[in-house]
Design a protein around this ligand. Structure first.
Ligand SMILES: [Zn+2]
Length: 697
């Protein structure tokens, strides 16, 4: 763990313009810097950076955050990784704090598994240089049209014939048996022998988003049907299949640049396309897409183009799992390749231009694609046609955006030559059912969680969307005697739903807790003034009732003092929390900028969420009017802060009045009734006075 003092030093040192400038070319405009957004595709810049506030905001795609957040988002790092990156940039030494024994063990184990994987990756790569590797593996890769650069880039390798090569070499190099076993690289037999999972196979390493080797796919070159075509790493602490995409590390920058992700099926499809020059390509490695894979893609783009072979199996594969993609609000297009070619064949037989042309000309919107396909199948059979209409309507119902849904309803109704209303009714019915089912599911999970330590499954996939990998199932290796705890599925076939918890990539933005919505806008506004301009002096006019000769007061103290006079505390939990945290730091003597940065980067997601919301919201307004805002800031503060305080006080009184009125209707005792009436009249007077001050009638 990085000690808090070091974290603070890093946060204080990180200059957003500097940090973002390492990745994006920034141009100065007014008080801000602008650029074309690195997170979405655009020609005119809508990405804005405020040096003084230490935040960025894209007015196109809405992405926003701090320097740390930018590094996390852009480089796909965890919070700690991003801090370390910044520490290095600013030459700040990071001496990690002592962790608990458990934390150390966990981190060391994680790192050990990574190191063993990396070692194995190098081992397989180096085995390519042996005569065996040259004659078998290298020859094979070359025969598939792969160039040396691609082979090296993607770390392709060879697992030697000798079934102990890796295990023995790794043990000799000092890697522990337990980690070899846990990564699935080695298998231990009952008789104590340690053997390799991968042998006599060409190796495709699988990289994490940040480029570390986390797993392997091994393909046999034997034609023997009793040998499984593919053997894959089992799921481990560092490799969760449903969260990995083959090639994502090499493709991520191009995916965001082109604002499109091309999805293919296999390793070789990715390699050939990439080699040809289509670099925004990843593979789901045979399984249908999972929600987590879709969300991984969505970090870089909202557009997916699926390229599959044009045979019926390819089409079926394209149809599977798409429901999930649509449900996540992404745009899906489908491209079919001519006569049974897979993307690998197609890329090898055509030039870059031809492939790009084919994609551009044959790219079809998913719903239209499905409609065409099924219409063809249904022919003139009225029952089949009715089923098809319902099927398409159910698919449209998955799309979260109501406008997009409406457009599809219209075009599909046209295609089927039915009334739009019929289609629309079905869509809305399915949608209602779906939302109800989702709610029930969530409720069940909540109850299960309450019932006792029962973790809800990471995701629920309908069985139809979890087909086994055909390649894996085609003729399993004759299973060796399994050591205790191993199941045949553990060998070769991918383990499906092993609940492994990975450390979160992003700090989740916790929900902001609002207890009293009536007061929330006022509290938010006041808190906004504090977070934005807390340390700015208020220069009241000499004739202002707030003017005190010889005394100056800043925004934070003025607001805090006024609230204290009225014995008021913020009612809404999240706002009060941020308020208290601000003044805790204020008392420590931190500068406004330091406090902003601490709040924005708070480990408490509730605090970070409120700070982000407030600072970025205000920032949005100042960016829009940056020409005028410079002159007016002090005037605005002097005018608006007292008003905001009066308005808040007024709303509190209105709440009390509401309570008293309710009390009056249920109170039976006449004496108490008179008391209540007296109070109501007092508060009414106070309210009228406040309203007069506010200039309200
Ligand atoms: Zn953007």
């Amino acid at each position: 763990m990085i000690p808090q003092e070091t974290v603070n030093r890093i946060l204080d040192s990180a200059q957003i313009v500097d940090v973002v400038g390492d990745f994006v070319t920034l141009k100065k405009r007014g008080a801000n810097h602008i650029a074309c957004c690195p997170f979405h595709n655009e020609k005119t810049p809508s990405f804005s950076v405020s040096a003084s506030k230490g935040i960025y905001k894209c007015f196109g795609c809405g992405k926003s955050g701090t320097a740390v957040g930018f590094v996390m988002e852009h480089e796909n790092m965890s919070y700690t990784e991003a801090l370390k990156y910044l520490a290095k940039k600013y030459h700040i030494e990071v001496v990690e704090k002592e962790e608990t024994a458990e934390e150390i063990a966990q981190r060391q184990k994680h790192e050990s598994l990574m190191l063993v994987s990396e070692y194995a990756g190098k081992f397989f790569q180096e085995s390519m240089n042996t005569p065996e590797g040259q004659n078998i593996a290298y020859q094979y890769f070359r025969s598939r049209g792969l160039e040396d650069e691609t082979i090296r880039n993607y770390g392709l390798g060879w697992a030697p014939l000798n079934r102990k090569s890796l295990s023995e070499a790794a043990r000799a190099a000092g890697y522990k048996e337990e980690f070899l076993i846990e990564t699935g690289l080695s298998i231990k037999y009952d008789d104590g022998r340690l053997v390799d999972r991968f042998y006599d196979r060409v190796i495709f390493p699988i990289h994490s988003v940040s480029g570390r080797v986390i797993a392997f796919g091994g393909r046999t070159l034997k034609t023997d049907k009793s040998v499984a075509k593919y053997v894959n790493s089992p799921e481990t602490e560092i490799y969760v299949k449903s969260r990995s995409l083959y090639g994502i590390y090499f493709a991520k920058n191009d995916i965001s640049k082109q604002d499109r992700c091309i999805l293919v099926e296999g390793y070789l499809d990715v390699l050939s396309m990439h080699q040809l020059g289509i670099k925004n390509v990843v593979a789901s490695s045979g399984t249908s897409l999972t929600v987590e894979q879709i969300r991984l893609i969505r970090k870089f783009t909202n557009n997916i183009t699926i390229i599959y072979d044009g045979d019926s199996a390819g089409i079926k594969a394209a149809l599977r799992g798409i429901g999930l993609v649509l449900k996540e609000g992404m745009n899906v297009k489908v491209v079919l390749l001519p006569d049974g070619q897979d993307p690998d064949d197609f890329a090898r037989r055509h030039t870059l231009e031809e492939v790009q042309d084919h994609i551009a000309q044959n790219e079809q919107d998913f719903i239209n694609f499905k409609t065409d396909l099924l219409l063809d199948e249904a022919g003139n059979d009225p029952i089949k046609k009715a089923n098809l209409i319902n099927d398409i309507a159910d698919t449209i119902a998955l799309i979260p955006d109501a406008v997009v849904r409406a457009v599809y309803v219209r075009t599909c109704a046209d295609r089927f030559e039915i009334e739009e209303r019929i289609m629309a009714d079905r869509v809305s019915k399915t949608r209602t059912d779906m939302i109800v089912a989702d709610e029930k599911q969530k409720e069940r999970e909540r109850q299960r969680a309450v019932a006792g330590g029962y973790q809800p499954r990471r995701q629920e996939r309908p069985a139809s969307e979890m087909p086994p990998m055909p390649q894996d199932m085609a003729g399993m290796d004759v299973p060796p005697p399994m050591p205790d705890g191993y199941y045949p599925e553990d060998y070769g076939a991918p383990a499906m739903d092993v609940p492994v918890e990975m450390p979160p990539v992003m700090i989740p933005e916790g929900p902001v807790v609002i207890n009293e919505p009536y007061l929330a806008p006022c509290e938010k506004e006041l808190l906004g003034f504090i977070l934005e301009e807390g340390c700015t002096e208020l220069q009241f006019d000499v004739d202002s009732k707030y003017y005190v000769e010889g005394e100056t007061i800043n925004v934070a103290e003025f607001i805090d003092g006024t609230l204290a006079d009225d014995e008021e505390d913020f009612v809404n939990q999240s706002y009060r929390k941020v308020y208290d945290e601000y003044f805790r730091m204020y008392d420590e003597g931190l500068t406004q900028q330091q406090m902003q940065s601490r709040l924005l980067n708070s480990m408490d997601p509730e605090i970070a969420a409120v700070a982000k919301e407030l600072l970025i919201e205000k920032y949005q307004i100042t960016v829009k009017n940056y020409e005028q805002s410079l002159t007016a800031t002090s005037t605005i503060l002097v005018q608006f802060i007292p008003k905001a305080l009066l308005a808040y006080h007024c709303k509190k009184i209105e709440l009390i009045l509401k309570g008293l009125t309710a009390e009056l209707t249920t109170e039976q005792d006449p004496d108490r009734q008179i008391d209540i009436l007296a109070k109501i009249s007092d508060y009414n007077r106070a309210r009228t006075k406040l309203n007069n001050e506010l200039g309200r009638v």
